[in-house]
Design a binder for this molecule. Structure first.
Ligand code: ADP
Length: 270
């Protein structure tokens, strides 16, 4: 039997069990994902700490988006287990109870390349929708929350506008506010600037930078913008063919990568 440790005011822990505050926000344990014969994620193990910001870079088709989709439970692993704050979110080969998975999934927010706003709803209504429908938040509270989030992304004056009346950069900022409305502890960003005109990319990246500085959310960022990948992250992961080739401190990895394949990739995207 392990030695019991009693944390301040907490429950008794076995010495082999981490206290909840030390559990990683995200953990992939030997995860593989295949589509037919194609192995897209190949025995991947990965941990993301609470409040850690991780950029995921690599050639097209290396499995970056699949990692985010696995975390959103839009895909299921073929093998291995994905944990969120220590709880099993998804596992290859065995079914998990929806009642256990749903609260974990609710801790994760995602912003997509295509903003996916509801076109028939105003910016304000887009941000209010999930808190009202999913969290059953009273409408006046959801409205106050949505207004404060639109202000936070610099769109205080645009609540009454429909997506078609907004620029791509503004729509993407509404999409960020919409994800934040569910108060996620983990945010996933999937190529959020790829569909944008160059002149509005900066305003979207500025919003993500301010979130990184002002919140404690864990962030997993997939991007082709190498400057952004470097500046936003505590750690950069370079992937190829569903595997981690190299990872480390952003300044170091971008300035002098150890792996020849990382070097080749960075030279090619310069
Ligand atoms: P990345 O984000 O690094 O560009 P993806 O994760 O989008 O890579 O895709 C990895 C590979 O998996 C690609 O070869 C892609 O074509 C394939 N893939 C992704 N989703 C599916 C799917 N639903 N069915 C079949 N193949 C898929």
């Amino acid at each position: 039997m392990g030695i019991a440790v009693i944390p301040k005011g907490g429950h008794v822990l076995d010495k082999f069990e981490s206290p909840a505050s030390e559990l990683p926000a995200v953990e992939f344990v030997d995860v593989s994902k295949s589509f037919g014969a194609l192995r897209v994620i190949d025995n991947l193990s990965l941990r993301i700490r609470r409040s850690e910001r991780v950029s995921l870079i690599g050639p097209s088709g290396s499995g970056k988006t699949t990692i985010l989709r696995l975390l959103m439970t839009l895909e299921k692993p073929s093998e291995g287990t994905i944990k969120v704050f220590g709880g099993a979110l998804s596992a290859g080969g065995r079914g998990l109870r929806e009642s256990e998975v749903a609260p974990l999934r609710a801790k994760i927010g995602m912003v997509f390349q295509q903003f996916n706003l509801f076109p028939h709803m105003t910016a304000l209504a887009n941000v209010m929708e999930a808190p009202v429908q999913v969290l059953r938040m009273p409408k006046p509270d959801a409205k106050a929350l949505a207004e404060s989030l639109l202000e936070r992304v610099g769109l205080k004056e645009k609540g009454a506008s429909y997506p078609s009346e907004l620029s791509g950069g503004q729509q993407q900022r509404v999409a960020i506010a919409r994800a934040l409305a569910m108060k996620p502890q983990i945010m996933l960003f999937d190529e959020i600037t790829s569909a944008l005109d160059p002149e509005v990319i900066g305003e979207v990246l500025d919003v993500v930078h301010s979130l990184a500085h002002e919140t404690k959310m864990a962030m997993l960022v997939v991007t082709h913008e190498m400057g952004f990948a470097r500046d936003i992250a505590d750690r950069v992961i370079f992937m190829e063919k569903g595997r981690i080739v190299e990872e480390g401190n952003p300044a170091k990895l971008f300035a002098s990568p150890d792996n020849i394949r990382t070097k080749a990739f960075l030279n090619a995207v310069k």
